[in-house]
Ligand binder design. Sequence first.
Ligand code: SAM
Ligand code: SF4
Length: 330
Amino acid sequence: MREPLRDGHGRPIGDVRVSVTDRCNFRCQYCMPAEGLPWLERDGVLRFEEIARLVALLASMGVHDVRLTGGEPLVRRDFPHLVALLAATPGVHDLAITTNGYLLERDAAALVAAGANRFNVSIDSLQRDRFFEMTRRDALPQVLRGLEALAAFPQAHPIKLNAVAVRGFTEQELPAFVAFARAHPYEVRFIEFMPLDGDHAWRPEQVLTGAELRAAIDALQPLEPAPREPHATARVFRFADGRGSVGFINPVSEPFCGDCNRIRLTADGRLRTCLFSLHETDLRGPLRAGASDDKLEQIVRDAVWRKELKHRVNEPGFVQPARTMSAIGG
Ligand code: SAM
Ligand code: SF4
């Protein structure tokens, strides 16, 4: 074991989000341009053994929670093999996957068997035409089949569904999401739209806040607060009659930076200390040049020490990072 990883503001770092690919089979409006993005060269993407080495190093510094994301992680060939490698890594206590669900019907069994123990499935609409409008793929039936395939495994629960809340779109989805959250054992969570879209078209007016959503849902079906877990980004509310719950992730209207315990590793091996970081630290170069674990540890510690105190989305002069959410790993 190594010294626990801490940033320069005294925050312990316990969570890493690993983007396993920048590629995706969807083109969600709030994430990627319709025509896609210039993908990374295959050689530039970390190999599974390289990811496993970096995760093992981080885990030895107390980074026990690992979430695999992208791009769409399930489009990476042999992805369950990576899951198995990481599940067997000492110090990794929690292994989560964020997916758009499109390939879950094919892969759910393999991912559960490989040791993934938490799943977030992104669904922005429960109406086929509106799902198509938002993701630019006519894929809702396939995603729902994937979700069902996953839900068949008790080890995969509790399953969380993520919907990005965009003003002018998500309001009309609420009755269907409320009914869905009450009929199934899934926690539906609404994430405020952040300025990480591929088109760089985000405007503050498009953010439908968690408070607005909560009030609208409460009017449909009364809610009551559920206890808050440490480092949880979502504020969870139960339906007052005991059937189901919903969560709100409010990074724009109620930033949770003070409590942030996360870092991110991009598919090309850069360490990012904030979603909105304007600089990154290259780990792939030193790794491939033969750096020892001690040397890599030093590079990681130096970068993490400079972790941003908070994001500046709500401040004048905010600069959107060049990378989109899909290229960072949301
Ligand atoms: N492709 C997978 C998926 O969609 O679940 C994993 C990667 S995706 C970038 C991770 C999460 O980020 C998804 O839940 C997605 O909805 C969310 N996301 C993408 N762009 C966003 C944005 N601009 N603001 C807020 N959330 C965003
Ligand atoms: Fe792909 Fe996920 Fe981005 Fe949608 S949110 S384009 S599914 S990476």
